[in-house]
Design a protein around this ligand. Structure first.
Ligand code: APR
Ligand code: ZN
Length: 234
C-alpha cells in the first residue's frame, strides 16, 4: 500500500498578521479606513479623479515599511514552507513586504504589492522607485501619466485567482490568520476547500466567517502561528 502523500496546506493572511510589526489594519480601532475614505484613495475612480492624492496615500504606507520588520508569525510561515514535505501555498491579502522579507517564496499577493507599480497603458509591472508619481515614465512603453500603484483596488479583480482556486480545491488544511472576513473573494476561500479538509482560524477575535471554520484559536498571531507550525512540523 503506497503511503498517503503529506497533507497539502494553504494559508491565507490578512492585516492582523502584520499588526504586531506595527502596521495598521483596516477595520480595527485606528485602522486605515478610519482616516481615509476608501472611495478617495483605493478605487480606480479615485485615481482618475486625483492621482496625486492616491500616490501620496501609498507613498505614506511605503515609508512605513522602512520602519517595520517581519514578526514571529511571518517567520514561522516561512519556516513551515521550507520544512513542510507536502504542497504549501501562502496567499496574502496584505500589500506589505513582510512575508517576502521573512523568506516566504510560495507566496501570492492577491491584492498587489506596495513596492511595485503598474502601467495603466501596457500593464507592465515595475519595482517602485522612490518618488514614483503621476508623471513617471513607464520603462516598458515609455508613456508617462499611466503609472499607478500595483494594488488591487475595490471593484478590481484580485490577482492569480486560478492558481489560488486550484490550491484550495486540493488542500487538506486551510488556515486563515488575522483577517476579518469582510472582503471577498478571500472571505469565501474557506468554502472552496474539499469536504473533510481541516479549517483553522487564528485571530484576536471571531471574524465574520468564523462559523465556517472547523476550529478557531483566539490570540495574537505572533503566538498562535509559531505554535501551530511547531505542531505541524512535530
Ligand atoms: N493577531 C491576530 N489577528 C489580529 C491581530 C493580531 N495581533 N490584530 C488584529 N487582528 C485581526 C483583527 O481581529 C481582524 O479580524 O486582524 C483582522 C484585521 O481585519 P481587517 O482590518 O479587516 O484586515 P483584512 O481582513 O486583511 O482586510 C481585508 O480589506 O480593505 C481591504 O484590501 C484591504 O486586504 C484588505 C482587505
Ligand atoms: Zn507601459
Amino acid at each position: 500500500m503506497r503511503p498517503s502523500p503529506p497533507p497539502s496546506i494553504v494559508v491565507l493572511t490578512g492585516a492582523g498578521i502584520s499588526a504586531e510589526s506595527g502596521l495598521r489594519t483596516f477595520r480595527d480601532a485606528g485602522g486605515l479606513w478610519e482616516n481615509h475614505r476608501v472611495e478617495d484613495v483605493a478605487t480606480p475612480e479615485a485615481f482618475l479623479r486625483n492621482p496625486a492624492l492616491v500616490h501620496a496615500f501609498y507613498n505614506q504606507r511605503r515609508a512605513q515599511l522602512r520602519e517595520v520588520r517581519p514578526n514571529a508569525a511571518h517567520l514561522a510561515l516561512a519556516r513551515l514552507e521550507r520544512e513542510w514535505s507536502g504542497d504549501f501555498l501562502l496567499v496574502t491579502q496584505n500589500v506589505d513586504d513582510l512575508h517576502d522579507r521573512a523568506g516566504s517564496r510560495a507566496l501570492i499577493h492577491m491584492h498587489g504589492e506596495l513596492l511595485k507599480v503598474r502601467c495603466a497603458f501596457c500593464s507592465a509591472v515595475h519595482p517602485w522607485e522612490g518618488g514614483t508619481g503621476p508623471e513617471t515614465r513607464c520603462p516598458a512603453c515609455a508613456r508617462s501619466g499611466g503609472i499607478r500603484p500595483h494594488i488591487v483596488w475595490f471593484g478590481e479583480m484580485p490577482l492569480e485567482m486560478d492558481r489560488i482556486g486550484d490550491a484550495l480545491e486540493r488542500c487538506d488544511l486551510f488556515v486563515a490568520v488575522g483577517t476579518s472576513g469582510n472582503v471577498y473573494p478571500a472571505a469565501g476561500f474557506v468554502g472552496q476547500v474539499p469536504a473533510g479538509a481541516r479549517t483553522l482560524e487564528l485571530n484576536l477575535e471571531p471574524s465574520s466567517v468564523s462559523s465556517r471554520f472547523s476550529e478557531q484559536r483566539e490570540g495574537p498571531a505572533s503566538v498562535l502561528v509559531p505554535a501551530l507550525v511547531e505542531e505541524l512540523l512535530g
